[in-house]
Design a protein around this ligand. Structure first.
Ligand code: ADP
Ligand code: ADP
Ligand code: MG
Length: 660
């Protein structure tokens, strides 16, 4: 039965989290109301909800962060409550108050609790008072640089400078030596000002072998506070979580109970209500210790990684959030909370690990996830959707649950290997290697693990995957042959596609070159026609049989071992690269001799149709029509010698087929 008080919810967020909340809301019988920016009008979260309201243009500051627009949408749609998700306004006390003032329940903690934990310095002072261990350091009001530098010296290097208003790893600088302090402070303040409009910082002892272990807490309006065990979020990049798991490797039941008590005390100290996370930093050198963990901050919201807790406790945390916001008491007592097996989550991002994890936007040409026992996929996009530059480029979260840590991590790695993301590049391969990395598997890791193993994890430029490029060329040949055959009304002869429909037979050599652009690189593929069919090689590498190929327009995308290679016939790429103004200029791809001209001036040709054959280095190279059109000019004759780049033919575009 649903929470008695609510019949509808407005979800003030987007993407994966909005979809996640909508799923539970639906199951509880609530009417779901989405909001969207102009960039998200067709998004999955909009499609999933019962109704949707536009809140503004694409930039978050003009849409998802507009308190007035969100409240207007909630009023217009008659929403009983607003769930803020995570990110955006989820930790904004002003938003919680605006909801209350509008008579709409904010599914989250009271504004005062958000405020109390909002600034890291005030939160630490509060925690000290409540008897919760905090990271040694300075978190006072004095911000004079000379004073701060002296404090850093007293604390002892290395230290961490943190923006008091910080979040998302921003405004943070590790300082190893006294001499570097001034520069680091400047940088931290600059970043803090631009990200949070607040330059103030605190200084902490940098904990050696740091492990990030956090406690999920829940509190109700009736004074009950419990924890739902920990999550280990030690695998990070730039202080941002990459893989999270529960339980934390090497955490004893006794230590779990202590950490849980500290987290409950933290929540009680601020009059907490609802879901929250108390983050601790632990010293992992020579194992976790009872006196070796300290409070870092409390996140007063649901967290990205909450599904690992759901997996090991068997609970739905979003359901709990609704029930508690509706005034119900916590459904379980502390000793009734389960901890079953092990769960791990990987954040799948549209980013390129080989290029410094740069976000990689664009249309998701293909997107497929495996399904199976112990596997959960939370996504906010589907194939055909676009990853835009406006928001967090997370594609999905993959969560695996197993009886043991090994089983969960194997399951997660296998799921990542079976995931297909085509279009934007993704970190799937990187994440899968991370799940299998030996130090991590042995439980010997700290927050520096990823940075210390970038090369092993494939997070560096790896160069062209020649076997994938060859597979892409095979895919292109196959596609072009099928297209030509269809155009001529004949079935495609798939065994030997390239010459299947051509009466012109070359004597002698049965090796043909195909110049392509593979990930923007000029590459010449070789096709050898063997009795068993054509064999494509690039730089001696045979087309990989394990590659997934997807044709999209003129390009073939090849996915192999988590890496994507995009292949385009170079002739077809000419117009795309702006080589010829009209788009129909056909050039010689290399020095060579014209073996045959297969068309005449005035002929109608279709894109991909063979135009001429050039011989170079004892191999045949076929030139194809870059577009549908008429042969406007034939610039060379058979037997002519050509220089690389020489003008061979011009094809004039014909807009629509006029015949028949
Ligand atoms: P944690 O992982 O501790 O919950 P994060 O800071 O990593 O904390 O997660 C919150 C971040 O998620 C926000 O800073 C924001 O960039 C991002 N975010 C916010 N909304 C969404 C969303 N709908 N989908 C994906 N990411 C989001
Ligand atoms: P944010 O608000 O950006 O999440 P946190 O205070 O939670 O900031 O710190 C983010 C990350 O930085 C932590 O998860 C941890 O990996 C690292 N970190 C923070 N404080 C320390 C510390 N004192 N020593 C070592 N690492 C730390
Ligand atoms: Mg944090």
């Amino acid at each position: 039965m649903g929470p008695t008080m609510f019949s509808s919810v407005l979800i003030a967020n987007r993407g994966e989290i909005a979809c996640r909340i909508a799923r539970t809301a639906r199951r509880l019988g609530l009417r779901t109301i989405a909001v969207y920016s102009d960039a998200d009008a067709q998004s999955l979260h909009v499609r999933m909800c019962d109704t949707a309201h536009r809140v503004g243009p694409a930039p978050a500051s003009e849409s998802y962060l507009r308190i007035d627009a969100l409240i207007d949408a909630a009023k217009a749609s008659g929403a009983d409550c607003i769930h803020p998700g995570y990110g955006f306004l989820s930790e904004n006390a002003g938003f919680a108050e605006a909801c209350r003032d509008a008579g709409i329940v904010f599914v989250g903690p009271p504004a005062d609790a958000i405020r109390a934990m909002g600034l890291k310095d005030r939160a630490k002072a509060l925690m000290e008072k409540a008897g919760v261990p905090v990271v040694p350091g300075f978190h006072g009001d004095m911000q004079d640089p000379t004073f701060l530098k002296r404090k850093a010296f007293e604390i002892g290097y290395p230290v961490l400078i943190k923006a008091v208003a910080g979040g998302g790893g921003k405004g943070m600088r590790k300082v190893e030596r006294h001499a570097d302090f001034d520069t680091a402070l400047e940088a931290a303040k600059r970043e803090a000002t631009s990200a949070f409009g607040d330059a103030r910082v605190l200084i902490e002892k940098y904990v050696g072998s740091p492990r990030h272990i956090e406690m999920q807490v829940f509190a109700d309006r009736h004074g009950n506070v419990i924890h739902l065990n920990e999550r280990d979020c030690t695998l990070q990049r730039r202080h941002q979580k990459v893989i999270e798991e529960a339980p934390a490797p090497g955490l004893s039941a006794d230590l779990r109970a202590r950490m849980g008590q500290a987290a409950v005390a933290a929540a009680k100290a601020v009059g907490y209500e609802g879901a929250g996370t108390v983050e601790f930093i632990a010293d992992g050198a020579r194992g976790l210790k009872a006196d070796g963990f300290w409070f870092m901050e409390m996140n007063t919201r649901l967290q990205v990684e909450h599904p690992v807790t759901e997996a090991v406790t068997g609970l739905d945390l979003v359901e709990w959030q609704f029930r508690i916001s509706a005034g119900e008491a916590l459904p379980l007592a502390q000793n009734e909370v389960r901890l079953d097996g092990h769960a791990a989550e990987a954040r799948l991002y549209a980013e390129d690990p080989e290029r410094g994890f740069l976000p990689s936007t664009g249309r998701l040409i293909a997107l497929q996830f495996p399904a199976g026992e112990g596997l959960r996929i939370d996504s906010g996009v589907e194939a055909g959707d676009t990853v835009t530059p406006f928001y967090d480029p997370m594609i999905a979260k993959l969560i695996a649950h197993g009886a043991t840590r090994g089983e969960a991590l194997d399951r997660l790695a296998d799921a990542l290997d079976a995931t297909v993301v085509i279009g934007p590049r993704s970190n799937a391969g990187f994440l899968s290697r991370l799940c299998r990395a030996s130090g991590f598997r042995d439980g010997e890791f700290d927050t520096g693990f990823i940075d210390g193993h970038l090369a092993e994890l494939g997070a560096e430029p790896l160069g062209l995957d020649a076997a994938a490029a060859a597979a892409g060329v095979a895919g292109l040949l196959h596609r072009e042959a099928a297209r030509l055959a269809a155009a001529e009304g004949e079935p495609a002869a798939l065994s030997s596609p390239w010459d299947a429909t051509d009466a012109f037979q070359l004597s002698g050599a049965r090796r043909v070159t195909v110049p392509v652009l593979a990930d923007g690189e000029n590459v010449v593929a070789e096709v050898a026609y063997r009795p068993a069919g054509p064999e494509v090689t690039v730089g001696g590498a045979v087309a990989a049989p394990d590659a997934v190929t997807v044709v999209d327009g003129a390009a073939v995308y090849v996915l192999r071992q988590g890496r994507q290679t995009r292949v385009v016939l170079r002739d077809l790429a000419l117009d795309a690269s702006g080589d010829a103004g009209a788009g129909g200029l056909v050039r010689a791809p290399m020095h060579g001799k014209v073996l045959a001209i297969l068309v005449e001036k005035g002929d109608r040709v279709t894109r991909g149709q063979r135009l001429a054959i050039i011989e170079a280095m004892k191999m045949e190279h076929t030139l194809v029509a870059p577009l549908d059109g008429l042969v406007a000019e034939v610039a060379v004759a058979a037997e002519a010698q050509l220089a690389e780049g020489a003008r061979v033919m011009v094809i004039e575009a014909v807009d629509a087929p006029s015949e028949k």
